[in-house]
Write a protein that binds this ligand. Structure first.
Ligand code: BG6
Length: 444
């Protein structure tokens, strides 16, 4: 496995999942604070109140990142730290990120700053959240404030993380905050406002950065790959990847990326979706198509397709992660290929990894051979994708430390660093040393 010297190796995390300090330094409540404190959805009633306590451990965490040898660190800024009520700026909210970004730069690690990883200020949700266009405008003000504050210190921005999950899990399935079940038309409105937030914030970042910055979005959704990689099956898997239906429109790349890169919603077989698309003022697409420098893809699994583009049933005992997600490395070869060919933009894998039920062994170490096997297989397929000529600039492993996995609480662990949630001690797992070796060998 060999990647070019300038290939960006990184690890990723997000604010609510790691920071803790949920009510410190003037931070306002987010939809996730409220959801964890009041709903019964999250496993064992767990919350991100303390999480990994990363808010108080920047030094220790950056030391570990340095030891790991990564080029870049992807983290998100908590919107309600900076705008506690969604409208008024709280300067104290920058304190932690100032410290983190300075430490990263002292250690030669490039920050990749995500503006939104799902923690909407609760005050905005009370006014309709993503159902309200005002939320997109408030997001642009927040983006401008962040870009201005970090001018000449942060050069890589991700506007939104997975708008698909915000709508699908948060406004449909009720398993993520804000835990609402809306009609399909109202969900379309939420997605449209997220797209506007993306476009407005991409412009706000550039307008408030004196040097050139690199801007992208992190997308996720259904990806298919051919069961046999011949021309016919590959074409069928491509079509199936971009197909949009009433059942899964919000969990497709197509519904989010066509507006951003092609300037319109996709044609579908759904009367409701086509009707919604027609109702949009064309001026909105001028906002949504704000130019981007890269596209981030969060890829964990996909569907094997036959020659007709039908999903194949998985046989008994098919390999699965602790979250029961199928292990199918081929998705990292074909998924980015299909996306790059449709949207013609450099890609970065902004998330990929496997959940395990890791534990400390009798020797005091955390052995995670399954994760190493997973990464070896997935990165080998990513290597094939690059060899096929696809422009992929980097790979961020999800996640750096074990953290709060949303409605799954703390049960399943994605980290290369084990978090002891009693003591908050960090223990690098075997996969940490495996990744360290991989990075080292590629830089030689
Ligand atoms: C991605 C999210 O969808 O998947 C991450 O961007 C998340 O924040 C990761 O942690 C793992 O998924 P889950 O459902 O276990 O949280």
């Amino acid at each position: 496995m060999k990647f070019s010297k300038d290939f960006i190796f990184g690890v990723a995390c997000s604010s609510y999942q790691t920071e803790g300090a949920w009510n410190e330094d003037g931070k306002g409540s987010s939809v996730w604070d409220e959801f964890c404190h009041t709903s019964n959805v999250v496993v064992n009633g767990e919350t991100g109140d303390v999480a990994c306590d990363s808010y108080h451990r920047a030094k220790q965490d950056v030391k570990l990142l340095k030891e790991l040898g990564v080029d870049a660190y992807r983290f998100s800024v908590s919107w309600p730290r900076i705008f506690p009520d969604g409208e008024q700026l709280n300067e104290a909210g920058f304190k932690f990120y100032d410290e983190l970004i300075d430490l990263l730069s002292e250690n030669g690690i490039t920050p990749y700053l995500t503006l939104y990883h799902w923690d909407t200020p609760l005050a905005l949700e009370k006014n309709g959240g993503w159902q309200n266009r005002r939320t997109a405008e408030a997001f642009a003000v927040y983006a401008a404030a962040v870009a201005k504050h970090f001018d000449k210190r942060v050069y890589n921005y991700i506007t939104l993380n997975e708008p698909q999950c915000v709508v699908w899990l948060g406004y449909n399935q009720c398993i993520n905050a804000p835990g609402r079940k809306l009609e399909q038309k109202e969900q379309c409105v939420c997605m449209h406002n997220l797209l506007l937030a993306h476009g407005l914030s991409a412009k706000a970042i550039r307008d408030n950065s004196t040097d050139a910055v690199s801007v992208g979005i992190a997308s996720t959704g259904r990806l298919c790959y051919p069961n046999v990689p011949n021309a016919q099956n590959t074409e069928a898997a491509r079509k199936s990847t971009f197909r949009v239906t009433d059942a899964d429109w919000s969990f497709t790349h197509t519904w989010v990326l066509d507006p951003i890169f092609l300037g319109h919603y996709p044609q579908t077989d759904s009367e409701l979706l086509n009707g919604f698309a027609k109702s949009i003022d064309p001026k909105d697409f001028e906002i949504i198509t704000a130019p981007l420098d890269f596209l981030g893809l969060n890829i964990y699994n996909g569907h094997a397709n036959d020659e007709h583009g039908n999903d194949l049933k998985r046989g008994p005992g098919f390999p699965r992660t602790a979250l029961k997600w199928p292990v199918c490395p081929e998705v990292l070869r074909f998924g980015p290929q299909f996306i790059a060919q449709r949207y013609n933009i450099p890609l970065i894998i902004t998330e990929n990894g496997q959940a395990c039920n890791d534990r400390v062994f009798l020797d005091g170490k955390v052995h995670d051979p399954e994760r190493i096997d997973f990464l070896t297989r997935y990165l080998a397929e990513l290597g094939k994708c690059i060899a096929d000529g696809i422009d992929i600039r980097g790979y961020f492993h999800w996640s750096f430390t074990d953290n709060f996995e949303w409605n799954n609480g703390y049960n399943e662990r994605f980290g290369m660093v084990f978090t002891d949630y009693e003591t908050l001690e960090r223990i690098p797992k075997d996969s940490f040393y495996w990744y360290q070796e991989l990075i080292k060998s590629c830089k030689q």
